[in-house]
Design a protein around this ligand. Structure first.
Ligand SMILES: [Zn+2]
Length: 477
């Protein structure tokens, strides 16, 4: 393959087609069904599908025999499904690569800087700001551009299937139905390329070696049927916030953040500990400096490899929302009837998320303090994923791709987030190899305010995917 031609082709497409397409896509508030239960009536998800398909059809037309279909199962978010035959009449052509991405978005979130906003695309020094560009709107554009780049150069590759779902940010609850529905057309991929993950910096290709699992839910403590004068009631009626705090202490050490139920912790594999040390060297202090700490806030330790392991292989609890509490300016001296806390628990890649879900429910609801009415409504559970050992051909291909596009070696690291589909695929196709990578690097802030996609990184990841697809076809078997 002509690497220089590949790099310049992908750079042209990113500049002339993908960037303008992402600008328009950012304007579409295609929130995931969890955040827009009326998504079907509101039509934003369909608008995003239409927008992407409008571009994708042109690219599919350049790939001989390729087809594109928007698949819709009754009452479920749609998927975009593209099939592109591989090198004909050969072992390569019988093989399948699955390329995955999603088009649904996280909600707005507050805290966007002046001049920026979730549905307001803004380009500042090679970075395109706005919701969903990096997570994960670019995936379909990058995937198809990689295929067309190979086509232009006449480079052989396996049959490719591109699957873009619209339910990822809600835990992909619709996806298993599509995987079942499309199972004959998906086939048995020997390689999965997922462009929905993170990168430790924008200087090299980062391969995600593991993803955390997750569970969570709503913990509600009710103590009264209506609020009463706190001067009258305190000392007789318990404060629901105190009870909630006591319940949280059953699952988390408030001093250290350690998550207590045994099922939430695993022994970290030795190779992952080793890789964390190498990643820590590549990351340096940026591993923690990338977060916008307020005041003197700092990480629990200065040891970067430990921070890498904390965010990839250790369980961590976050309170992500609350109800039953008025704003401070509206707060009278009232003993409130109830407190609700929305909890998010990240789990080690190999921990059983359903066991963790159960452990949390039991810890919260057993023997409630002062007989308070405690309910825990789980938001579901998804077990994480630990990559199978990297095949030698893929290890070489990833290094080659990183050097050819970024000019530096690739790096390997677990990610702290979750992609439920990957866990699902890992179980269904235990022999598949995985390239999980992405553009969610320092400050890119997917899910938070000021999300951006680093455009040069998007282009390089696209070219890297093309190189890996070519080497996959040439691998020894
Ligand atoms: Zn995503």
């Amino acid at each position: 393959m002509d690497i220089a031609a590949l790099n310049s082709f992908t750079a042209d497409i990113w500049r002339d087609e993908i960037t303008p397409a992402l600008v328009d896509y950012i304007r579409i508030p295609a929130k995931s069904p969890h955040f827009d239960p009326d998504w079907a009536a509101n039509g934003h998800i369909d608008a995003a599908v239409e927008h992407m398909v409008g571009w994708a059809r042109g690219k599919v037309a350049e790939l001989p025999g390729a087809t594109l279909e928007v698949v819709r199962l009754e009452g479920r978010t749609p998927v975009i499904f593209i099939e592109s035959p591989g090198e004909p009449s050969s072992e390569i052509g019988a093989d399948t690569v699955l390329l995955y991405g999603h088009l649904d978005k996280q909600p707005e979130m507050t805290g966007w800087s002046q001049g920026l906003g979730p549905w307001e695309p803004v380009i500042r020094s090679d970075r395109l700001y706005g919701r969903g560009g990096a997570d994960d709107g670019y995936a379909i554009y990058a995937s198809l551009t990689a295929l067309v780049a190979l086509q232009r150069q006449g480079v052989k590759r396996a049959r490719c299937v591109v699957l873009i779902e619209a339910c990822e940010e809600s835990g992909s609850f619709d996806l298993p139905f599509y995987v079942e529905h499309l199972k004959d057309r998906i086939g048995a991929p020997s390689l999965v390329i997922c462009l929905d993950s993170g990168c430790g910096n924008y200087d090299q290709l980062w391969l995600t070696t593991s993803l955390r699992g997750m569970t969570g839910g709503r913990l509600t403590v009710e103590v009264l049927t209506e609020g009463v004068h706190s001067g009258d009631a305190s000392g007789v009626v318990p404060d629901s916030f105190r009870i909630a705090r006591a319940l949280l202490s059953r699952v988390e050490d408030a001093a250290t953040g350690e998550v207590l139920p045994k099922v939430c912790t695993v022994e970290i594999p030795a190779d992952r500990v080793r890789q964390a040390k190498v990643a820590a060297q590549a990351l340096g202090e940026e591993a923690w400096r990338k977060f916008p700490f307020a005041g003197d806030t700092h990480p629990p330790t200065g040891e970067i490899a430990e921070l890498v392991l904390n965010r990839t292989w250790r369980p961590q609890l976050t309170v992500i929302g609350a109800d039953g509490l008025p704003k401070p300016s509206d707060a009278g001296n009232v003993l409130r009837p109830s407190t609700t806390l929305a909890l998010s628990l990240r789990l080690p890649p190999t921990a059983d998320a359903h066991a963790a879900e159960k452990a949390f429910e039991q810890a919260f609801t057993a023997d409630p303090p002062q007989g308070a009415k405690v309910t825990y409504q789980s938001a579901g559970a998804a077990t994480g994923w630990n990559a199978p050992p990297l095949a030698p051909w893929l290890e070489a291909a990833v290094q080659k791709a990183s050097k050819a596009t970024f000019g530096r070696d690739a790096a390997l690291m677990g990610e702290g987030g979750s992609i439920p589909f990957i866990g699902m695929l890992g179980e269904t196709f235990p022999d598949a190899q995985f390239v999980i990578t992405g553009v969610l690097g320092p400050h890119s802030n997917a899910h938070g305010p000021n999300e951006f996609i680093d455009l040069p990184t998007g282009q390089k990841v696209t070219a890297a995917a093309a190189i890996i697809l070519a080497d996959h076809a040439e691998r020894p078997r």
